[in-house]
Design a protein around this ligand. Structure first.
Ligand code: ACO
Length: 400
């Protein structure tokens, strides 16, 4: 039988819940999801309304402070972020130490971890001023770090941030601009990227956010905790799904398979093939973010003249799936990733950058959740139990 061990004897009932399917690890006032109804709200505001009226930076403020900023507060917030974009020259040295073809995600998490060494003056999780300055530093510097990781992978020189630009504009210029040539921003691309980041800004206790909380529960500083979250997001089951969608669409295009034929393969579970970008652990209805993204995908592809054929294949797969019993019975609907890869590709980002873009978007959520954890005086260090299944007890062999 199972032995629960002496550790568990004093705790009463212990649940065994692999994947934490039914275990809440915290109370939280930040994000509300109703997966059956396809509802997502940040601080009570429906995601559809925020998508229509708000911006990524405003939503970051909302998630972190609980209320929408006044006009003055938003201006201060924006200015503060613009003024903290510079990276210390020594931190920039990090980028040259990685191999040329380094994946930008581990570069991102390493650089964020290194922020603890460069900003040792703001590591106290219980000092309001220090938490504030760390918040600003992270929001301002992560897009710069991300674009430097991208430039590194291209073998191109890095540009200095430009404080006259906002967060998204700066990131686009740093990613696609080259020295001595003016970079012309496309307002439609700025708007679309701002929206995509906003839609990813929080999603309650997903794997990376729970990681940020677990690491933070040891009172690890914000940079250390969020670096751990970035590593959790790096896993293909979490942050890598949009890349998988794009690969699937490309394969269908390259092999000239009809969407109908592909659907048959999926339904017959041939070689374990799945319709990537469909289904979600929590949403058993249309992912509300996917609905918003779908129309952006159409607008931006019309504008940029990206690979329309891929979008076409995506549309036809979606249409077929929504009318198919297999998907209806299993309550499989498009998730947020179904269209994001196609959009990012049209903007000029390679697949390697997709998860990095997810991380940029998710940052305000990680910060808000870490801060909520630190402000909660009842927080205990996270320490799950286990069910021990090994050998109970034996003696070390005599004479060995
Ligand atoms: N295509 C075909 N069949 C599917 C799909 C899919 N995309 N997703 C689930 N199913 C089927 C399963 O085979 C299973 O069928 P069965 O009852 O005949 O065995 C049934 O639907 C239930 O699926 P589960 O895997 O048990 O559902 P779960 O909630 O554990 O998984 C998940 C959710 C992992 C997202 C799954 O739907 C999937 O693999 N989707 C494709 C990958 C993807 O798009 N991931 C991104 C998620 S969003 C995000 O991370 C931001």
């Amino acid at each position: 039988g199972l032995n629960i061990g002496p550790l568990l004897k004093d705790t009463g009932l212990v649940t065994y819940d692999p994947g934490f399917m039914n275990t809440a690890n915290t109370k939280s006032a930040i994000t509300y999801i109703d997966g059956d109804e396809g509802i997502l709200r940040y601080r009570g505001y429906p995601i559809e309304q925020l998508a229509e009226h708000s911006s990524f930076l405003e939503v970051a403020y909302l998630l972190i402070y609980g209320e929408l900023p006044t006009g003055d507060q938003l201006e201060d917030w924006d200015q503060n972020v613009r003024m903290h974009t510079m990276l210390h020259e020594d931190l920039k040295g990090f980028f040259s130490g990685f191999p040329r073809d380094a994946h930008p995600m581990p570069v991102l998490s390493s650089a964020v971890s290194a922020l603890s060494t460069f900003y040792a003056d703001s590591l106290d999780p219980f000092d309001e001023e220090q938490v504030h300055i760390s918040t600003i530093r992270l929001l301002a510097k992560l897009p710069v770090i991300a674009s430097y990781a991208f430039k590194k992978s291209l073998g191109q020189p890095m540009l200095y941030p430009d404080n006259s630009l906002n967060l998204v504009e700066n990131f686009l210029r740093l990613s696609f601009g080259v020295p001595a040539e003016p970079y012309e921003l496309d307002p439609d691309v700025v708007k679309a990227l701002d929206l995509l980041l906003m839609l990813h800004a929080d999603h309650e206790q997903n794997c990376s956010t729970s990681t940020v909380r677990l690491v933070g529960s040891s009172q690890a500083n914000m940079f250390a905790s969020i670096s751990a979250g970035i590593n959790a997001l790096y896993g293909p089951l979490h942050g890598g799904a949009n890349e998988a969608v794009l690969n699937m669409l490309r394969k269908i295009q390259a092999e000239g398979i009809k969407p109908e034929e592909f659907m048959e393969k999926v339904k017959n579970k041939e070689d374990g093939v799945k319709l990537m970008g469909f289904g979600h652990r929590v949403y058993k209805n249309y992912d509300p973010r996917a609905k918003i993204i779908k129309s952006t995908a159409e607008d931006i592809l019309n504008k940029l003249g990206g690979n329309d054929e891929l979008l076409d294949i995506a549309r036809r797969l979606e249409e077929k799936a929504l009318a198919d019993d297999y998907f209806v019975e299993r309550r499989l609907y498009p998730n947020v990733d179904f269209y994001t890869g196609v959009i990012y590709k049209a903007m000029g980002f390679p697949e390697k950058m997709f998860t990095v873009l997810f991380a940029l978007g998710r940052l305000p959520g990680w910060i808000a959740q870490w801060r909520e954890l630190m402000e909660d005086k009842t927080t205990k260090i996270g320490r799950p139990r286990q069910i021990y299944t090994g050998v109970q007890s034996r003696d070390y062999p005599a004479g060995r």
